[in-house]
Design a protein around this ligand. Sequence first.
Ligand SMILES: Nc1nc2c(ncn2[C@@H]2O[C@H](COP(=O)(O)OP(=O)(O)OP(=O)(O)O)[C@@H](O)[C@H]2O)c(=O)[nH]1
Ligand SMILES: [Mg+2]
Ligand SMILES: [Zn+2]
Length: 378
Amino acid sequence: MSRGDIPRGHAGAQAAGQQSTRCVPTAGENPSPQPGAHTKGEGDTVARLMAEFRGGYVVRVAGGELEAEMSGRLRYAARRGESPRPAVGDWVALEARQEQQRALVHYVLPRRTKLSRKIAGHGVSEQVIAANVDLVFVMTSLDRDLNLRRLERYLTVVGESGARAVIVLSKADLSAGDPGLAVVAVEGVAPGVPVYLESAVSGLGLEELRTCLTDDVTAALLGSSGVGKSTLVNRWLGFEKQAVADLRHIGKGRHTTSHRELVLLPGGGLVIDTPGMREIGLLAEDSEGLAETFPDVELLAAGCHFGDCTHGNEPGCAAREAVSEGRLPEERLRSYLKLRREIAGAEAAGVERERAQTPGRRPWGLGALTRGRRRTGR
Ligand SMILES: Nc1nc2c(ncn2[C@@H]2O[C@H](COP(=O)(O)OP(=O)(O)OP(=O)(O)O)[C@@H](O)[C@H]2O)c(=O)[nH]1
Ligand SMILES: [Mg+2]
Ligand SMILES: [Zn+2]
């Protein structure tokens, strides 16, 4: 059987009807407290941040869900870049005011993983898409042209986050060509990443993807608007919780999901539905994610004559040599260099921003916030 007949990797097993546990983390890996868990002693509750809207948050406490906002002190620290701003998936310490159905978030507990992107604006600005995520489903739909370069960008961001990536090729029922060929093309740019075919219409892949979400796994769905993220969440839930796009609005620049929300699935597992993002910019920190996404290029680069080879016109460039010999697709090297330039640009802008800040400031750690609150006697 030729390689074109049956895709390799997970989707290959999927096509052959085999079970796979490739996306399931090892038992006991990254144990997370359960939503609504409490800490005793300081009068604070530790809760999971479930949803993020423009004006505030929703947190899950033992008695249910509460609307929440940042305390003045946390707001101030976040504005000064001395504390992270709470994001969906975060564990936060808060003061619940049950009678008012509100909570005040005092601080953000250290994060295990962090999925962020650069957002447009002045200088370099980081947006945390989700925190404490174990698994990211990077979704791209087969009813449109496959954009492998965008996929590499997503994988770089996920690689940096600390979460593992799983690629979902959605709307397999609408694929113009052979979905198996799409799988092969995707696997070519995503070494080691499981690839699944999915269709919310035929049901293909729904169960297998669901098995990735064991009890204490938090996953996030990432992908352009209209690829079917909310539809997949609804299929897993068994009811239409998340609004999905009306077909008439697809491709008209409208985003159906407007906020990020952590959804608890029946039978275990949590999934964060996110609004489709037009732009997913890289940050200075993304260089490890890049190396993880392009192990083939990195390996070749180690053989370049100059240690700081830019893979441009230098003599003895092993990466360019591989391209000329057909061992590395030229677009892949170009894509790698483009993303690397973007990271270097963010790095330079970050350095500028650091310089502009007042020297000698002392970052506030968790302890400082707690001490400050104790002093005020709250
Ligand atoms: N044929 C087909 N249509 C699908 C499939 N999955 C989703 N759709 C349709 O695609 C449209 C977009 O789906 P959504 O779930 O709203 O997409 P989304 O990724 O959540 O989009 P945003 O919230 O804007 O980021 C809806 O009309 C769905 O019914 C699928 O597997 N096959
Ligand atoms: Mg949606
Ligand atoms: Zn080189």
